[in-house]
Design a binder for this molecule. Structure first.
Ligand SMILES: NC(=O)C1=CN([C@@H]2O[C@H](COP(=O)(O)OP(=O)(O)OC[C@H]3O[C@@H](n4cnc5c(N)ncnc54)[C@H](OP(=O)(O)O)[C@@H]3O)[C@@H](O)[C@H]2O)C=CC1
Ligand SMILES: [Fe+3]
Length: 472
């Protein structure tokens, strides 16, 4: 019983330095900034350095000793030095026995070494309690106190007590610790500061590729084609008219791409008859960046809305409108009021406004502060049901807008359809498949697969059938 208690209850008695004394090895940029922050937060700081007498620029009021002397006085030691200098610590293994060593180091490249720096340190000093922390905060941010970027400090260690002790120090310096588990997580924690928007990369590439393609396609079909076959110069389309085609088209394509992997996943599950098998890698990657794809799509929809609002104040538009009126006066011939055109324009505007409204709603619910306030089922309802409704409304908006210029009615050749016809391909595929997938028999089959039907025993299956109404 005694043994059990001693394992469970954190024994803090040997770490009495809380808000007291902390040792930092290394008087470089990070060591100095961290020392200053610790002093400001009420800790006393002792530096361990190779040349204690030659050290300058350390904060006032701190002691600078050699490594062994400094380590003896504290039980928590921050190693503010680079990994390639860790080897000398082996000589101090006696004095570092049982001490908490905080590894703050970063690398120059992702996965630079076979093992993480923290695991390497633990292998050199098996008797010490290695904790990975503070590597995500920059020296400049610690010193200036502005901490523009994240205030989060990831902490991981194989020793729970040591980890919680360091997490308390993190809190003591006004930062927010995040427990990342054991030292196995150290590699990810070390890679974190080296990443540059990893989840945004694929969506950005897709978005840039589609934008360039649609823009060039529009220039070719609208400007070059008109110049060659109709001998008219409409190059002024390039600044407003064409972007106002590119943004909605790419936005619609991206929104459809958010829902396409879900359709693929359902088809794969149907085909394999089980959910217990991995999706192809590309599908996994694609699924993971759906939120980012959706947000880029929303940004493009915003641009489309703004570009559309300026149409009435464009010179070319008001010139054409005024000219139309003058023509009618001159010829003494009033154009008839076309009911079909009124209905068409009101319909696509209504679809567009509603589609945009739901688009914004989707964007807002994906913000962490909002998504934290809804449960999983509510989140799924908004992102899935409202998402498909948005896609449906936006597709309908594009279809009604381009109705008379559709494919065969196109003034272009059949092999050069207007760009928005291309834009409709992916949304139509998604919507048609979604429609097929929600038909009762297929929907039931997918639900069975998702609930692991094959793996259930007969009695389990019976119970399941009774509870069928409760199924998702
Ligand atoms: N700078 C930053 O913004 C951040 C840095 N880090 C990490 O903090 C660590 C220190 O970075 P930084 O302060 O910028 O680096 P510096 O090069 O400024 O300082 C490193 C310190 O390590 C000590 N040192 C150098 N060579 C040896 C050696 N051969 N043996 C023992 N000690 C040595 C020196 O201290 P002395 O002369 O006193 O012995 C030196 O000042 C690195 O691992 C870095 O990845 C993490 C997050 C942010
Ligand atoms: Fe539109």
């Amino acid at each position: 019983m005694e043994k059990l208690n001693s394992n469970l209850i954190p024994l803090r008695t040997d770490f009495t330095e809380k808000k007291d004394r902390i040792c930092i090895f290394g008087t470089g940029d990070f060591g100095r900034s961290l020392g200053l922050k610790m002093l400001q937060s009420g800790y006393s700081v002792i530096y361990g350095s190779r040349n204690p007498n030659a050290v300058s620029m350390v904060p006032k009021g701190v002691e600078v000793l050699n490594h062994a002397e400094a380590a003896q006085k504290c039980s928590v030691i921050f190693l503010a030095m680079h990994r390639n200098h860790y080897s000398f610590l082996a000589e101090l293994s006696d004095v570092l026995q049982g001490k908490i060593l905080v590894d703050v180091s970063n690398n120059l490249k992702i996965n630079q070494y076979p093992e993480s720096n923290a695991e390497y340190l633990a292998s050199i000093l098996p008797g010490a309690k290695v904790v990975k922390a503070f590597n995500t905060v920059s020296a400049w941010a610690l010193q200036s106190g502005t901490l523009d970027a994240s205030r989060q400090v990831f902490v991981c260690s194989n020793d729970n007590i040591a980890k919680h002790f360091v997490m308390d120090i993190v809190r003591g310096t006004g930062l927010t610790p995040q427990d990342r588990g054991s030292l196995l997580a150290a590699r990810d924690v070390e890679n974190y500061p080296l990443q540059l928007f990893p989840m945004w990369r694929l969506p950005m590439y897709i978005c840039a590729g589609l934008t360039v393609f649609v823009f060039l396609y529009c220039v070719m079909t609208m400007v070059v084609y008109t110049a060659i076959y109709e001998k008219k110069d409409v190059s002024y389309y390039i600044l407003v008219t064409i972007p106002n085609k590119v943004f909605p088209i790419v936005s619609l394509m991206l929104l459809a791409l958010v829902y396409l992997p879900g359709v693929f996943a359902a088809i794969i599950q149907l085909h394999r008859g089980t959910k217990y098998s991995r999706f192809p890698n590309f599908l996994d990657q694609w699924m993971l960046c759906r939120k980012q794809l959706g947000l880029v799509a929303l940004a493009y929809a915003f641009l489309h809305a703004i570009y559309t609002l300026v149409i009435p104040i464009r010179y070319s538009v008001s010139f054409r409108r005024n000219n139309g009126i003058i023509e009618q006066i001159k010829s003494n011939n009033t154009r008839p009021f076309l009911y079909s055109s009124t209905w068409r324009s009101d319909t696509y505007l209504a679809f567009g406004i509603l589609g945009f409204f739901f688009y914004i709603l989707l964007g807002i619910t994906s913000l962490p502060s909002v998504s934290n306030t809804v449960n999983w089922r509510e989140f799924r309802f908004v992102q899935s049901k409202l998402g498909y409704l948005t896609l449906l409304l936006c597709t309908a908006h594009a279809m009604v807008y381009g109705w008379d210029r559709f494919l065969i009615f196109s003034r272009f050749k059949w092999y050069l359809p207007p760009a928005y016809t291309l834009a409709l391909i992916i949304p139509c595929i998604v919507l048609i498949f979604k429609f097929i997938l929600i038909t009762p028999c297929i929907d039931q089959r997918i639900t069975q697969i998702r609930q692991g039907w094959e793996r259930m025993s007969k009695t389990q299956k019976d119970t399941h059938l009774q509870n069928d109404n409760l199924a998702i």
